[in-house]
Write a new protein. Structure first.
Ligand SMILES: [Zn+2]
Lengths: 160, 388
């Protein structure tokens, strides 16, 4: 403005609070149903180039071939090897819940036994000095009656 | 035959953590006015306008229409872009397509962000797969931490090297009046930073800034007529990665990231065999200190596992043989929608010799600028002093 009339700055406070309902789809849906039903983690494989995907995908992103049928999905894990990790020590607003993240919060990239696939998931151990790349970990599932066909059916991964 | 494209106007705002004194339109207009003044043009001379940011950060959408008074786009062609971390470079590339096509002789490109208006990290968390990954993502930080940890494991790089990268960035930013975080930090200062997401402390991560950057692009005929110091966009490339393979390669699997493909292709088709000798400056999109090193390797500037050694030797310093981010980079200034545009702008200023206190010491004939981010893709631009 050419001439300021005041030094007072006006800001408008607002909160966007929007509920969503996201369709998991055929492949991720079946992956989540299996977590609830059998407590097993599944991956699928490209019949042409051999690349695996977890959660299973309909089409190979590398060679665009239709991925293998449900009967050929392979069971991976529950044990695996830690490829990388982080430990959040500062809290942040979690957009899916509106709550602040409980810290320390540690997450690992876990190479599941049985195929070259990795899953990001919570680690039980939160002390970074006790977490090592290359360490062996295992998925801990919720008791069957508490499972809800979501990723939280796996409680976390613990060191073995 | 596509038209050659030149940058004929460069404008940016100062960058800071908060600008409650202006709204988004007023912020943008500062950069637009500066770019037009630099080009010695008026809005009448502009034929198309491209604008971009990450809309979620400011919480209002359709901003291309709402901001039209400030961008000058009324009655003109153009696009709005919202491609995450790559917004700023995608806009420049899109502007290039507009001009190179021969349909437009001038195009104004505007990248901007006002990070002070919402929670950046919670907004970015929504880039992840909602069913499987989202609960385990902490904005962009988690990906940066996972890559950093992997880089150290693969190459023997130590935390101290990342601290050297950050100390060097802060030295550069202290010379750049438009940079956001301009405090000079020693390696020891950086190592003492508050831990945010182990292994990343506050100083290994880019800040959240407020700012805007605008460029005027012109066709060869127009540029030669109106500009004393046109900077030529010799080539550019965009390479996508698949979501599942973006951050990680398995032991035994050959690494092939979008950066690797982009670097290989652009150097090959421009007959550049030793980029470290043939290019004089790289404004690399570096949101995290470890990634500046990992990505120099992936772009093919040096061999895998060698970048931290170059940092140790001072090669990437402003006075070094291959200066990286003499502006201070994304590590010191990060208004996301503007970060990529700013990389191109800063590389162009180096070619013009107009970077002031943070001008590199060698004559710059060719420069690189990159962008990276959601949705896991790479933009790489090659700029030069001469059109061929
Ligand atoms: Zn395939």
């Amino acid at each position: 403005m050419q001439q300021k009339t005041t030094d007072e700055l006006i800001t408008q406070e607002m909160l966007l609070k929007i509920p969503y309902r996201w369709a998991a789809g055929e492949h991720i849906g079946e992956f989540l149903r299996e977590l609830r039903r059998s407590g097993k983690i599944y991956a699928n494989k490209c019949p042409k180039c051999g690349r695996f995907r977890c959660p299973p995908a309909p089409v190979c992103s590398r060679c665009h071939t239709k991925m293998e049928e449900r009967e050929k999905w392979v069971h991976v894990g529950p044990k695996g090897t830690l490829l990388s990790f982080f430990v959040a020590e500062q809290s942040f607003l979690v957009p899916t819940t509106g709550d602040m993240l409980e810290v320390p919060f540690s997450v690992g990239v876990i190479w599941l036994d049985g195929a070259p696939v990795a899953l990001w998931h919570q680690l039980e151990e939160t002390n970074p000095d006790k977490i090592k790349v290359g360490m062996r970990v295992e998925a801990v599932f919720k008791p069957k009656e508490q499972r809800q066909a979501n990723i939280f059916d796996i409680l976390h991964f613990k060191a073995i | 035959m596509p038209q050659r494209v030149a940058i004929v106007g460069i404008g940016q705002t100062r960058h800071t953590s908060r600008r409650p004194d202006v709204n988004d339109g007023e912020l943008i207009n500062e950069a637009v006015s500066a770019a037009l003044a630099d080009a010695q043009l008026t809005m009448k001379d502009i034929e198309a306008v491209i604008i971009g940011n990450m809309e979620f950060f400011e919480g209002h959408h359709l901003n291309d229409a709402m901001l039209i008074d400030y961008t000058g786009a009324r009655g003109k062609a153009g696009l709005k872009m919202n491609t995450g971390g790559t917004v700023g470079t995608m806009e420049v590339i899109s502007g290039c397509y507009h001009v190179a096509s021969g349909l437009f002789d001038t195009c104004l490109v505007i990248g901007w962000e006002k990070h002070d208006e919402a929670s950046t990290t919670s907004c970015i968390t929504t880039i992840t797969d909602p069913a499987v990954d989202r609960p385990y993502a902490v904005g962009a930080l988690s990906g940066l931490a996972i890559i950093s940890m992997n880089y150290m494991t693969r190459t023997g790089c130590k935390v101290e090297h990342a601290a050297m990268v950050r100390a060097q960035a802060s030295e550069n930013a202290s010379r750049n009046p438009n940079a956001h975080v301009r405090d000079r930090l020693s390696v020891e200062d950086v190592l003492k930073g508050r831990m945010v997401l182990y292994p990343l402390n506050l100083y290994f991560l880019c800040p959240t800034s407020v700012g805007a950057c605008a460029l005027v692009l012109a066709s060869e005929t127009k540029a030669k007529k109106i500009s004393r110091k046109p900077v030529w966009i010799r080539d550019h490339i965009t390479v996508h990665s698949d979501y599942s393979g973006a951050l990680f390669t398995f032991p035994g699997e050959t690494r092939e990231t979008s950066h690797m493909v982009a670097g290989r292709k652009i150097f090959q088709r421009n007959h550049i065999t030793k980029p470290i000798r043939e290019i004089q400056v790289f404004e690399l999109y570096d949101p995290c200190a470890f990634l500046q090193m990992s990505w120099l390797e992936d772009f093919g500037i040096c061999d895998q596992g060698e970048a931290w050694k170059l940092v140790e030797k001072g090669v990437t310093a402003r006075e070094g043989e291959f200066p990286v981010c003499p502006s201070g980079g994304v590590l010191c200034t990060n208004a996301i929608g503007d970060s990529g545009t700013l990389r191109v702008a800063e590389a162009a200023l180096q070619i013009r010799g107009d970077a002031g206190e943070h001008q590199v010491t060698r004559d710059v004939k060719a420069a690189l600028a990159s962008g990276y981010g959601g949705s896991y893709w790479t933009d790489l631009l090659l700029l030069s002093k001469t059109p061929d």
